[in-house]
Design a protein around this ligand. Structure first.
Ligand code: AMP
Length: 424
């Protein structure tokens, strides 16, 4: 019996994980500078939370949730996205008391039963921001600015914001009517899913991944013509602010997001290098969700991005030229007598330096080869001859320069050379 990771999931191995860690570090630092604090919420929530929050007519709720019953018969679901859980926590802990704007960030795995393909997985990671408590278009512009800036900081110069408006409950009925009128005569050309969407919520047709449906929808009227005055003014203000802030953007009238909760601003950041799945992140305003999930009426805006796709885009751009980081020092020892010395030198240096060593009594040649393979900056050779003379040889793996150090003083000398303290 051979076990494999479940379809649509994958292992992130040590040779790759450092790329993810770098993305997370830049995310943490950039989001911190924008004033977003980290929140961690459960991996699973009550199914009802997502059904209500994301919307019954969305693909996520209809087809993609990993739902199960626990031993007490409760229906629970692995989170397919981050916003519903964060809003649940915001309401549960009354985080908005004092009428403050609450700015939260997360970096966590999500689960959707989708057809796996390049850039699409069943377990994938998302970074996200939520700013809860203000209708001010400055928040929308700030989140779009963050989204461009974050990708630029990582080295994706070609990241571009595409924005649109989703309107609000005041303007959507007129738009839905218009869509039905325009698309109705061609309904039989759409896929079976879209025909259901047409009846339930015609705007969800824009989420379809089918090419034919896409082609017809490209001719559909834009929502921008149906916006109420308030939504129109808000959308204009967001664009003005982005201009003031020198954030590159374009208006994409065909953009629709696959979640029901959006109102007013919606946006995506795209990267040409990603092909068909070019969206790096998407977000927008969700002014009614907090109330929908049991809180007081509270406007909010957020964004979430796919980390798997981001790492792929960065790899495509050659943003990781240096390879996985190796240890500072690899201690090579030859002969049994040198073993305790190797152990004590490694022990003394591990307070400040990353130190690795051979554990298999392999030949000196094999150990040197291994040190090169793991990318060690320096090697300390404790050989039989050296030990007899009371010295060890320190080799700079990049330049090939070598020098002898007194073996009893080796931790202090190596630490001085490499920048650690050599203390235990
Ligand atoms: P959404 O929550 O659907 O708005 O998606 C936000 C972002 O998450 C997208 O722009 C993608 O980068 C990423 N994403 C969504 N679904 C998947 C998936 N199945 N696999 C990998 N990344 C995904």
């Amino acid at each position: 019996m051979k076990y494999k990771a479940p379809r649509g999931t994958r292992d992130l191995l040590p040779d790759d994980i450092w790329k993810w860690q770098r993305v997370e570090a830049v995310f943490r630092e950039t989001a911190g500078r924008f004033g977003y604090r980290e929140i961690r919420v459960p991996v699973f929530e009550e199914t009802e939370l997502f059904a209500r929050g994301i919307g019954d007519s969305t693909d996520i709720v209809r087809k993609e949730m990993y739902s199960f019953q626990d031993k007490k018969g409760r229906s629970l679901t692995l989170r397919p996205e981050g916003t519903a859980g964060v809003v649940r926590a915001y309401v549960e802990h009354n985080m908005g008391r004092g009428a403050r704007v609450t700015k939260l960030r997360y970096f966590a795995p999500m689960f959707r039963y989708e057809r796996p393909q390049a850039g699409r997985y069943r377990e994938f990671w998302q970074w996200g921001l939520e700013a809860i408590g203000s209708p001010n278009p400055t928040i929308d512009a700030e989140i779009i600015h963050f989204s461009v800036k974050f990708h630029e900081s990582l080295g994706l110069a070609g990241a571009e914001a595409r924005i649109n408006s989703a309107g609000c409950p005041n303007c959507t009925p007129a738009y839905n009517e218009l869509l039905k009128k325009e698309l109705g005569p061609r309904l039989d050309e759409f896929c079976a899913d879209c025909q259901v969407r047409f009846e339930r919520n015609p705007r969800r047709m824009f989420d379809c991944k089918n090419e034919t449906c896409h082609g017809i929808l490209a001719t559909a009227p834009s929502i921008l013509g149906s916006l109420c005055d308030e939504c129109r003014e808000h959308f204009d203000a967001v664009q003005r602010l982005l201009g003031e802030m020198s954030v590159r953007f374009s208006v994409d009238e065909s953009q629709a997001r696959g979640l029901d909760y959006y109102t007013k601003t919606i946006f995506e950041i795209h990267h040409a290098g990603l092909g068909a799945q070019s969206a790096l992140c998407g977000g927008g305003r969700y002014d009614n969700l907090v109330e929908e999930l049991g809180g007081a009426p509270t406007p909010a805006c957020g964004v979430s991005g796919g980390v798997d796709r981001l790492v792929a885009a960065l790899e495509g751009e050659g943003a990781f030229p240096e390879g996985a980081p190796g240890p500072d020092l690899y201690v090579v020892s030859v002969g049994e007598a040198a073993e305790p010395k190797k152990a004590s030198i490694a022990a003394a240096l591990r307070g400040t330096l990353a130190v690795d060593a051979d554990y298999q009594g392999r030949s000196m040649k094999a150990q040197m080869k291994e040190a090169g393979k793991v990318g060690a900056r320096y090697v300390l050779i404790v050989g039989e001859d050296e030990l007899a003379r009371g010295v060890a040889v320190l080799r700079n793996m990049e330049t090939g320069d070598q020098e002898e150090v007194a073996i009893d003083d080796a931790p202090a000398q190596v630490a001085a050379k490499l920048g650690g303290t050599g203390e235990r």
